[in-house]
Design a protein around this ligand. Structure first.
Ligand SMILES: Nc1nc2c(ncn2[C@@H]2O[C@H](COP(=O)(O)OP(=O)(O)OP(=O)(O)O)[C@@H](O)[C@H]2O)c(=O)[nH]1
Ligand SMILES: [Zn+2]
Length: 215
């Protein structure tokens, strides 16, 4: 069954409850039609796809984009916050690959994700999986950043969530403006990370690899 995780109501898993299974199937995936269209696309660009190296290219193109747009299911495993941990948890430099929705060219970078827990903590790898989940679709960086923050806030019932994304957009560096070396930075802060100046400053310091206490 295909479930749009954004449509799911916020959940508050109970201690010992099964983790939330997050599944999204690409809408209307038709590899044969994609392959046929890719062959027509190459022909329209004047690319001779009859040479041995290119003969399979339409099929490869179809599979490559299906992979880039195909989310991987995962379990959102959470644990009770038995110790009452009440400081920030930040995972820095989560590798990020997505595709801009304007040119269908990759943008690549890192995401830094942090949260201030409530009565549950989340398996750390799940922060990377949520980033990947929203990256595997045609995107703009601003939306991706906000979707990760809002989704985590809703599903973890955290006190606050912060997401910073840094990415190179190949549609800007390889073509068009042709500005290699540019990096786009976006952020989304929710809850206490938005409203409380000290927590916000601490999160941004941790994102930049500085401990606010100077440690
Ligand atoms: N805000 C935002 N813009 C993006 C993102 N990815 C690509 N773009 C921009 O989308 C815009 C599309 O502009 P258009 O004028 O329609 O396209 P274009 O003629 O190819 O523009 P150039 O890239 O300037 O050659 C470009 O400015 C891209 O840099 C993104 O994640 N966020
Ligand atoms: Zn683009």
């Amino acid at each position: 069954m295909s479930v749009d995780p954004q449509a799911l109501p916020p959940v508050r898993p109970q201690p010992g409850a099964a983790p939330l299974r997050v599944v999204r199937e690409p809408d209307g995936l038709d590899l044969a039609a994609a392959e046929q269209a890719a062959a027509q696309f190459l022909a329209a660009l004047g690319v001779d796809a009859s040479a041995e190296g290119l003969r399979d290219t339409p099929r490869r193109m179809a599979h490559a984009y299906a992979e880039l747009f195909g989310p991987r299911p995962f379990d959102l495993t959470t644990f009770p916050n038995d110790e009452g941990y009440d400081e920030l948890i930040v995972v820095r430099a989560i590798p990020l690959r997505s595709v801009c929705e304007h040119h269908l060219l990759p943008f690549v970078g890192v995401a830094h994700v942090g949260y201030l827990p409530g009565d549950r903590i989340v398996g750390l790898s799940k922060l990377a999986r949520v980033v990947e989940h929203f990256a595997r679709r045609p995107q703009v960086q601003e939306r991706l950043t906000k979707q990760v923050a809002d989704w985590l806030h809703a599903h973890l019932r955290a006190q606050g969530v912060g997401v910073v994304v840094e990415a190179d957009h190949s549609c800007m560096t390889l073509r068009g403006a042709q500005t290699p070396g540019t990096r786009t930075i976006t952020s989304a802060l929710v809850g206490t990370l938005r409203d409380d100046a000290r927590t916000r400053a601490e999160f941004l310091a941790l994102v930049h690899g500085r401990h606010p206490a100077g440690l």
